[in-house]
Each structure stands twice: as structure tokens, then as C-alpha cells.
Design a protein around this ligand. Structure first.
Ligand SMILES: C[S@@+](CC[C@H](N)C(=O)[O-])C[C@H]1O[C@@H](n2cnc3c(N)ncnc32)[C@H](O)[C@@H]1O
Length: 473
């Protein structure tokens, strides 16, 4: 057995000893040949609703289950919040791997990542104007590690490095780059592997597709659920789901699975930019969720270029209505439609900015806002300009990108070429949306102008007829 399979085997043996029940119909498989690390595959046909495995809650790597939670005051974890608390606990268990209950688990978790946090500057450049570059948050995470996490490690150094006479020195060394890097790796593991630890029968507010809001998810405690996190995901190939029970978390088939098929979890309807940021991979069937985010700052710039003043009172009023955000999405749709793809908030903002003072005051008195489905000719022009100005943020055109082949990342490529290939697919997806939006807005503008011309001509004709009738009297 090669070392990779040996770790997989030792992990499954350990997990069974922890009390997990694992169906004989599945196995953990080496999928490095398709750049997918490990994955879970069916070895026999599986029926819908069949149990694939169940993991006792006690085997979850979480704050609650780590012995650190007996030693460190609850208030400290509350102060750190769910994300930093889990990083804290994972660092502790990782540093004490020789005695940690989760050592065989750490042996199957990756130590190298392809997520945007770990890309070189020239690789990130390949994303060109994509708003995802502003969301990587490396600096913010660095600051949180240095200003919030390291002080806690210093405060509880004797426990964190228990049994080590150099505990204080080691706590000081947590500020060093290699340790901050380790914190980023734990953070990245959480981002791509951790589950929100929902209590049993949780009632979350979900959208029409069944997804909870990010804010709601962020407030939940997080935990690393062994094996459940070995499932890959691929947009609409989801065939399994994790169920939260009192003592166990159970992974069950949600449709029949044929022997040989991979078992896929659902990571959510993520655009490829976010998939790359959080998980470090992309596949074509996530293109349906692609978005272009127009940052608010760009809207402000484009508006002032177009002669629209961002009056403070209008911005304040829009903010009171919760409409001022860091950015606004234009989503992919097929066939592209403005109603389906264009952020209604963005349309309302544009129409509000275009209101004259009297009209704005009148709406404000009534506590109302312009309706996004009643877009004006001037509003279309402004949105068209936003789209053009966003398109200019990308260094190459879609046609140029399409000319250079090959684009699809393959296993023969170097890591750099693969990253650049993935970045190119992300920026091409965004450019396609911008191209579709530009065309659709232009067509709508022409239609509006045509209707306006007809209405004007009709009004002129009526005026002329009235004049003739009056003269004929
Ligand atoms: C929750 S883990 C799944 C287990 C992982 N494959 C492993 O070997 O540890 C998520 C990571 O798996 C990889 N992954 C998931 N789905 C994938 C897919 N469809 N294609 C390629 N890689 C995938 C990505 O690296 C992602 O960050």
C-alpha cells in the first residue's frame, strides 16, 4: 500500500474505533489523478435514503470536544467567536499531534492549498477585474491572528504548550511568519472542510433554494466532521446530504447511486470565483452560478463621470433602506434577462440617484423607493455605462481570451499554469455576463427609444389634428 492509501486506511480504522458506522458499499478513494485529492466512491449500488455513514458527535474536532474547552474560560471562546475559536483548538490539537485524539485525521487533511489565499501575486493578476480579489481577506486574517488569537495563546501559554518548560517562548514565537502561515492553513481547512454544527431539528431561515444566509451560518459553532468532509462537490451532481441527529451526524444518499459513482456533497450555489476562493478548484457546471460584482466605489465613480451627483441625503436614505452594500451582482442567466440577472437594488439606487429633488422629497415623505421593475430610459443608459466601465477593468477582451487555447486545467500542467487556467475561466465567465448585460441593456434602450419616438409622434399628430380642427371651425 502506498503512503497515501495507508493514511486513508489508518483514518478509517481510527474513525470506526471512535464509534463511526461506515457502510460497506462505499470507500475512500485516491482521486489525485483528476486533481480531486481523496473522495468517497460507491463500490455497490446504493438506494435513495440509505445510510452511507454516521459519525458520533464526540468524534467531531470542535471546541466543545477538545480538552482545551475544560481549561480555557468560556468567555475567551465567546470573545474569539466560532472561527478563531476553532483555529485555536485545531492549532492546539495539531501541535500536540503525538497525543491528540485526532492525529489520524490530521494525516489525511491537506497541508497545501490551492485557494486564492495562497496564490502568488502574478497568479492573482490573471483574475483581472474580478471583485473576488478584494474578498481574499489575507491582511484582515493576519491582523485577527496577531491581535486576537496570539494574545490568547500568550495568556494561556502554559496550557496551550502543556508540559513544555519553554511554553512562554513558544507562545511569543506564534507571531513568527511560519506560525501565522499555519493559522492561515487551519483557517483554510475550516473554510473548505468545516461544517456548521447545527443542533438537532434546526429551524433556519432559508431562501427559496434552501440555503441559509451567510450571516446566519457564521454565527453557528463550527466543527471538522471526519469523513463527511472527504466528500467532494460538483454543482448539480449532489447525491448525499448530512443529517443532524442527537448523538450522530448521518450522511445519507438523497438519490440512488450506482456502483463506481462518486458521492458528492453540496457546497452551495457558488460562483466559480468564490469556489476558487474558498475551495481552490472549479468545474464547468458551476458556471450557472457565476456573477459579476460591481463594487459600490465603481458605481460612485461611473455615476460622477455620467454627471450624476451622489447627494448625501439620497445615499443616507438608501442606506436607511439597507440598499448600500459593498457591491451589486449581475448574475448569469440563460437566456440572459435583465429581470433575472440584474440586482434590483442596483436599479433602485440608479433610479433614486436620477430623481429630481422634488420627486425625491415626495417619495421620501411616503417612505418609498423607485420600483426596480420600472426602469427609465436614463436609468438604462446609466446601467449600460456601469457595465462598460466594469468591462474595462479587465485587461483583455473575451474574444482575446477565447483565442488562446488551451484553457481547461489538466493534470499535465504545472501548478502555476493550472491556477492561471482556472483564473482565466473565472474572468471569461464574468466577461460573458458583462457582454450579455451590455447587449441586453442596449437592446432595451433601443426599444425604449423607439417607444418614446412613437409616443412623441403620436402626441405631435394629435396636436396637429387639434390645430387643424380648431382652424377649420
Ligand atoms: C471538503 S474537501 C473534500 C475532500 C478533499 N478532496 C480531500 O482530499 O481532502 C474540499 C476540497 O476538495 C477538493 N474538491 C472538492 N470537490 C472537487 C471537485 N469536484 N473537483 C476537484 N476538487 C474538488 C477541493 O480541493 C476542495 O477544497
Amino acid at each position: 500500500m502506498n503512503p497515501f492509501d495507508e493514511s486513508s486506511h489508518a483514518f478509517i480504522v481510527w474513525l470506526s474505533k471512535c464509534g463511526a458506522e461506515i457502510s460497506q458499499k462505499i470507500k475512500l478513494q485516491d482521486l489525485r489523478n483528476i486533481q480531486a485529492g481523496r473522495g468517497v466512491v460507491a463500490v455497490q449500488n446504493i438506494e435513495q435514503d440509505e445510510l452511507l455513514f454516521r459519525i458520533p458527535r464526540t468524534a467531531i474536532l470542535s471546541v466543545e470536544n477538545s480538552i482545551l474547552s475544560n481549561e480555557i474560560p468560556k468567555a475567551t471562546f465567546e470573545h474569539l467567536g466560532p472561527w478563531l475559536s476553532l483555529i485555536f483548538v485545531m492549532l492546539y490539537e495539531y501541535n500536540n499531534r503525538h497525543v491528540s485524539n485526532w492525529a489520524p485525521y490530521f494525516n489525511v487533511l491537506p497541508t497545501e492549498f490551492n485557494t486564492l489565499m495562497f496564490w502568488e501575486a502574478d497568479e492573482l493578476e490573471e483574475l483581472q477585474g474580478s471583485a473576488v480579489r478584494a474578498k481574499i481577506g489575507k491582511e484582515e486574517a493576519d491582523n485577527m491572528f496577531k491581535n486576537q488569537l496570539v494574545p490568547v495563546i500568550r495568556e494561556f501559554a502554559e496550557m496551550f504548550f502543556s508540559g513544555d518548560s519553554r511554553a512562554r517562548e513558544r507562545a511569543e514565537a506564534m507571531m513568527e511568519n511560519h506560525n501565522i502561515d499555519l493559522m492561515h492553513k487551519m483557517g483554510s481547512l475550516i473554510m473548505a472542510y468545516a461544517f456548521d454544527l447545527e443542533p438537532m431539528n434546526v429551524q433556519k431561515d432559508v431562501d427559496e433554494e434552501g440555503y441559509a444566509s451567510e450571516d446566519e451560518d457564521e454565527a453557528l459553532p463550527k466543527g471538522m466532521v471526519p469523513l463527511a468532509d472527504m466528500l467532494n462537490a460538483d454543482a448539480d451532481r449532489n447525491n448525499a446530504c448530512l443529517f443532524y441527529e442527537a448523538e450522530f451526524l448521518s450522511m445519507k444518499a438523497i438519490k440512488p447511486i450506482v456502483a463506481g459513482d462518486e458521492i458528492f456533497n453540496d457546497y452551495g450555489p457558488l460562483p466559480r470565483s468564490d469556489l476558487l476562493r474558498r475551495y481552490g478548484y472549479i468545474t464547468e457546471n458551476y458556471a450557472q452560478y457565476d456573477v459579476v460584482e460591481i463594487p459600490f466605489t465603481r458605481i460612485a465613480q461611473a455615476a460622477s463621470k455620467g454627471g450624476i451627483t451622489l447627494y448625501e441625503d439620497k445615499i443616507e436614505y438608501l442606506d436607511e433602506h439597507g440598499l448600500i452594500e459593498t457591491g451589486y451582482d449581475i448574475c448569469a442567466s440563460n437566456p440572459f434577462s435583465i429581470e433575472e440577472s440584474m440586482s434590483p437594488e442596483l436599479i433602485t439606487i440608479v433610479e433614486t440617484l436620477l430623481l429630481d429633488e422634488d420627486e425625491f422629497e415626495r417619495l421620501k415623505r411616503k417612505g418609498k423607493l423607485p420600483k426596480p421593475d420600472q426602469i427609465s430610459t436614463r436609468g438604462i443608459e446609466v446601467l449600460h455605462n456601469f457595465v462598460i466601465s466594469q468591462r474595462q477593468e479587465y485587461g483583455t477582451t473575451l474574444e482575446q481570451d477565447m483565442r488562446d487555447v488551451p484553457v481547461s486545467p489538466t493534470s499535465e500542467m504545472t501548478l502555476k499554469d493550472r491556477r492561471c487556467g482556472m483564473a482565466k475561466l473565472v474572468r471569461m465567465g464574468e466577461k460573458k455576463i458583462l457582454q450579455d448585460a451590455e447587449k441586453a441593456l442596449f437592446a432595451l434602450l433601443q426599444e425604449k427609444n423607439r417607444t418614446n419616438r412613437v409616443a412623441k409622434r403620436r402626441a405631435e399628430d394629435e396636436h396637429y389634428d387639434l390645430g387643424k380642427r380648431q382652424r377649420g371651425r
